[in-house]
Ligand binder design. Structure first.
Ligand code: GLU
Length: 323
């Protein structure tokens, strides 16, 4: 069998919190457990949200947690650069190819127009996640051809009708009709930069990634990425979507739930083993939330033991338990 190549793909848009750390821990564990390789890629093309300090802090946080990588911006590797903002030419080349193939179209609709034209409310059957992503594109510019790319426009992917499915390591069979449930999506932004969907597909392919382990908030994106991969006839990696951590109010872990940044735990003198042990316990990898080093978890990852339900986290309870 071909070697497993996993990846850690942080966006330097803020500090890593416990929820991010949990997905990275599993991505790392899965690759290491299969004696595979792991790359770390910085996804910094979402420029308005990128924070200059976040890249170094992310690397420091992950290392502190006990994770390592074979290739990355700080260690190099056969597919360097591992920083998306340094690969823009490559994304542009693939975007041009897609335009030539006629699978994307120029779209001049503003965000506001899309929101207003789409029928509300935007309930979707994809695990209730799509409403978080905003309106479903109503198809206003769908019949425009690549040759009509003038003025200010973004490139949108034109979904074909029909179902897309994959077998997820955590959630099992995933199946949806993305043209109805997600709608056409932006693949090249109006400022000329690629959208996340394009960059991630090109990178995972170019870098030989065989396994994508990430948070379940990206399930809708997997449908999009599979459509691009299929058109390009590029082999899709396997997908494992780790359930999100939520606060006691059921909402995705965020600032409102208190300070769950890894850097904060680090500054308060928490040992990384304590955080790793706790995260491993929330994933059903160990029976008790006792301290353990990440490397001592190798061999314990069992996808079937991971529940698809979100994990409820209370910082208050955590701090009380670990006072
Ligand atoms: N960079 C993305 C994020 O931090 C993850 C992308 C992916 O894993 O495909 O949310």
């Amino acid at each position: 069998m071909a070697e497993v190549i996993g990846r850690l793909a942080p966006s330097p848009t803020g500090a890593l919190h416990l929820g991010n750390a949990r997905s990275f821990l599993i991505a790392w564990l899965s690759a290491r457990q299969q004696s595979g390789k792991l790359l770390l890629r910085i996804e910094d093309i979402d420029s308005p949200r990128v924070k200059p300090w976040a890249q170094q802090q992310t690397l420091d946080d992950l290392r502190w947690l006990g994770l390592d990588w074979d290739w990355g911006p700080d260690v190099g590797g056969p597919h360097a650069s591992y920083v998306q903002s340094e690969r823009l030419e490559r994304y542009r080349e693939v975007l041009l190819q897609l335009a030539e193939d006629g699978v994307i179209y120029p779209c001049s609709c503003s965000r506001r127009e899309v929101a207003e034209a789409a029928s509300a409310p935007h309930e979707s059957s994809i695990a209730g996640l799509v409403p978080l992503e905003g309106a479903i594109y109503p198809g206003t510019c769908r019949s425009r051809s690549s040759a009509q790319a003038t003025g200010e426009f973004a490139w949108r992917w034109r979904f074909e009708a029909g179902e897309v499915s994959w077998n997820d390591c955590v959630g099992g069979l995933q199946c949806a009709n993305p043209s109805l449930q997600l709608g056409d999506f932006v693949i090249g932004k109006s400022d000329g930069t690629p959208a996340y969907q394009l960059a991630v597909v090109v990178d995972d392919f170019d870098m030989g990634v065989t396994e994508v382990v990430r948070g379940s908030d990206l399930i809708p994106s997997t449908y999009r990425q599979l459509a691009i991969l299929k058109h390009l006839r590029w082999q899709a990696p396997s997908y494992c979507h780790v359930p999100l951590m939520v606060g006691t109010d059921g909402r995705r872990l965020a600032k409102r739930h208190g300070d769950t940044r890894l850097s904060y735990f680090r500054q308060r003198g928490f040992k990384p083993e304590l955080i790793v042990g706790f995260l491993a316990w929330t994933l059903g990898l160990v029976e008790k939330p006792s301290p353990i080093a990440a490397r001592d978890l190798i061999g314990r990852l069992d996808w079937k033991a991971i529940s698809t339900a979100p994990t409820v986290f209370s910082l208050e309870a955590f701090l009380t338990d670990h006072a």
